[in-house]
Structures are given as structure tokens and as C-alpha cells.
Design a protein around this ligand. Structure first.
Ligand code: TRP
Ligand code: SF4
Length: 328
């Protein structure tokens, strides 16, 4: 029996941070059981950044290196760049013919984002941005994916994708597309070092595969209980960023560390040292893999060339059926 197909994608934002690691770990696990397609969606980046395109190529490379360092394996999965597979664009066009405008206008994130980016001086009242979820539906359905690992924020997009699949099948009276399921995985939420959401624009991230210096610097910058002056003062771990990290990186000893903090039996310096060590242990192998491939241009090009070839072949099979169904 053929394996079920999985597709997921990320916009090329450049180097990832350790908050992305649980998403990637999930993708890596899925490779063992499914026929996985993982794509860097550069056309999606254009929907909001059509005026600043100079970093897209570099961002694609940095993200690809992070994916590989985290364990995505081109021998097991099809790893590729969206714009290398023109069938995504063709299917997007077909879908645009059968999608009522109101379906796109009512996607909950749409008006929100137009407004928010508008406030930041960016006008994205474009046809392309309105069609963003349709392009995403094409990404998924062009491989007839059965399931899509995504975060909760993407559920409205996936719901639209299912509606499009249903509408197409109904309209042309055949089962070309499955209705892909969302695979929601529990994402461990790591705050940034300042306690806000981890985001590159806040400068509060720890990079994936970070150098030891960066780990130390960022752990030192973590916000701790502000009422704790001397290390014997009783602390409150509930207001401390370090504690959130211990919850993930020192799970077995977490309660113990919290107790020591409350009793004033451990100082923040020592507590941070411990976290920095745990982070270093996790990141060192990633860093090693990252550095090995970072400057191996021909390897990276090969990965993407082979990925695009396999993706195009699979996508073309679907498109043959789509063209036939539509009658062109
Ligand atoms: N919209 C997704 C995001 O912002 C990225 C994306 C594009 C995607 N196409 C996809 C995710 C297909 C899953 C499947 O995160
Ligand atoms: Fe945070 Fe640890 Fe300091 Fe407690 S001892 S406030 S958990 S850094």
C-alpha cells in the first residue's frame, strides 16, 4: 500500500530559532511513516514582501540548512522550494476560478493582517494577498496530501483548503482531491529571553544551532524574579523566564529546581548556568551538522534540485487529472 502523503511548508524567514525545534522534530518523526513533502514557500513570502526581495534567496538557504541540521533527510523526504514547481501556480490559478470571493474575504486572519500591516505602513490590499490561502491550498492539494502538520493559527487556512477540495470534486464530478486533515502537534511554547513572544524582530531569540557564546549571552539576558536581590532571598519561579525553559530542558528535575528557588537554596547565576549547559548539549550536534553543510553549496543545490524534480513529477500527475477534469 502506498504511504499516506504529508505536506507542510514554512515561509523563508532565514535562520530559525529554538522555538521552531519542536515543529521540526515532529516533521522529522513523520518522515519515518509517511511520504513527506516539505517546502520553503517563497511565493508566499512575496505576498507580503514583494517590495523587499533582496534577502529571499539567502533566507531560503539559511532555512534549508536549519532543516537539514535538525534532521530532515532528503533521502526520506522531498525537500524543495515552492517556486521551483510551477504546478503550484497552475493549480492556484485553477482554484481562483472556482473560489467565491466571499470565502477569501471571510478568512479570519485576512482583514486583521491587512489592518495590522497597514498600520506599519505596508499596503497589502493586493489580489495576491487575498489569494494567500488559495495558494496554500494548491501547495497541499497538488500532492493530494492526506494530512498537514500545522500550528493552530493555520486551521482556518486548512479549513478553506478542504472546502476547495470538496468544491472542485463536486463541480467536476470526480474525486481528484482528498480532504486533508490537520495534524496538530503539541508545540512547546518557549518565550523569548525578555519574556515576550520569541521573535527575531524583538532580538530575544536563541538561534537554532546557536554558538555557545550566543547561548550564554541570551541565557544571561533572561528575565528572572526581579524581587530577588541576594541569592538567599526566596524566589518566585512563576515570574521567571529561566523556569519556563527548565520546564522543557530539565523536565525531570523541574520541581526540584523550583523548590530550591523558592527556598533561596539556589542562586540565579547557578540556575542559569545549568540551563545554558542543557541548551548547549542540545544545540552542539545541530551546530556541528549545520557547519558541515553551510558552505557546501553543491550539496545544498543538489538537495533542492532533486527535491524539485521529485515534486514536479508528483505534482504533474495531479495536474494531468485536474486538466482532464476541467476539460482543457
Ligand atoms: N501559511 C503557512 C504559514 O504562514 C505557510 C504555508 C504555506 C504552509 N503553504 C503551506 C503550511 C502549506 C502548511 C502547508 O505558516
Ligand atoms: Fe529563576 Fe532560577 Fe533565579 Fe529562581 S533561581 S528566579 S528559577 S533563575
Amino acid at each position: 500500500m502506498a504511504k499516506d502523503v504529508i505536506l507542510s511548508g514554512m515561509r523563508p524567514t532565514g535562520r530559525l530559532h529554538i522555538g521552531h525545534l519542536s515543529v521540526l522534530e515532529n516533521w522529522v518523526r513523520l518522515q519515518e511513516e509517511y511520504d513527506c513533502y516539505y517546502t520553503i514557500v517563497d511565493w508566499h513570502a512575496l505576498t507580503t514582501s514583494f517590495q523587499e526581495t533582496e534577502s529571499i534567496k539567502d533566507n531560503i538557504k539559511e532555512m534549508l540548512v536549519d532543516w537539514l541540521a535538525a534532521g530532515l533527510d532528503p533521502e526520506k523526504s522531498t525537500i524543495f522550494v515552492q517556486s521551483h514547481v510551477p504546478q503550484h501556480a497552475e493549480l492556484h490559478l485553477m482554484f481562483s476560478m472556482i473560489t467565491p470571493l466571499s470565502w477569501l474575504e471571510r478568512v479570519p486572519t485576512y482583514k486583521d493582517q491587512v489592518q495590522q500591516l497597514g498600520k506599519m505602513g505596508k499596503d497589502i490590499n493586493t489580489y495576491g494577498f487575498l489569494g494567500y490561502p488559495l495558494l496554500q491550498a494548491a501547495d497541499i492539494l497538488v500532492y493530494r496530501a492526506d494530512a498537514v502538520p500545522v500550528g493552530e493559527d493555520q486551521l482556518p487556512h486548512l479549513e478553506l483548503c478542504r472546502e476547495i477540495a470538496r468544491r472542485f470534486n463536486y463541480m467536476y464530478d470526480r474525486q481528484v482531491f482528498p480532504e486533508p486533515q490537520a495534524l496538530l502537534s503539541k508545540v512547546k511554547l518557549l518565550p523569548g529571553v525578555d519574556g515576550r513572544k520569541m521573535s527575531k524582530s524583538y532580538l530575544n531569540v536563541i538561534s537554532l544551532a546557536a554558538e555557545q557564546e550566543e547561548i550564554k549571552k541570551q541565557v544571561n539576558a533572561m528575565v528572572t524574579d526581579p524581587n530577588r536581590i541576594r541569592k538567599t532571598d526566596p524566589g518566585n519561579p512563576d515570574v521567571c523566564v529561566v523556569d519556563k525553559y527548565h520546564g522543557i530542558y530539565a523536565a525531570a528535575e523541574h520541581e526540584d529546581i523550583r523548590e530550591q528557588c523558592r527556598k533561596g537554596a539556589i542562586g540565579c547565576v547557578q540556575c542559569k548556568k545549568r540551563l545554558a549547559q542543557a541548551l548547549e548539549e542540545q544545540q552542539a550536534p545541530l551546530r556541528e551538522r549545520r557547519n558541515k553543510i553551510l558552505n557546501n553549496r553543491s550539496y545544498l543545490e543538489d538537495v533542492l534540485a532533486e527535491g524539485a524534480k521529485a515534486a514536479r513529477e508528483a505534482a504533474e500527475k495531479t495536474m494531468e487529472q485536474v486538466r482532464e477534469a476541467v476539460g482543457i
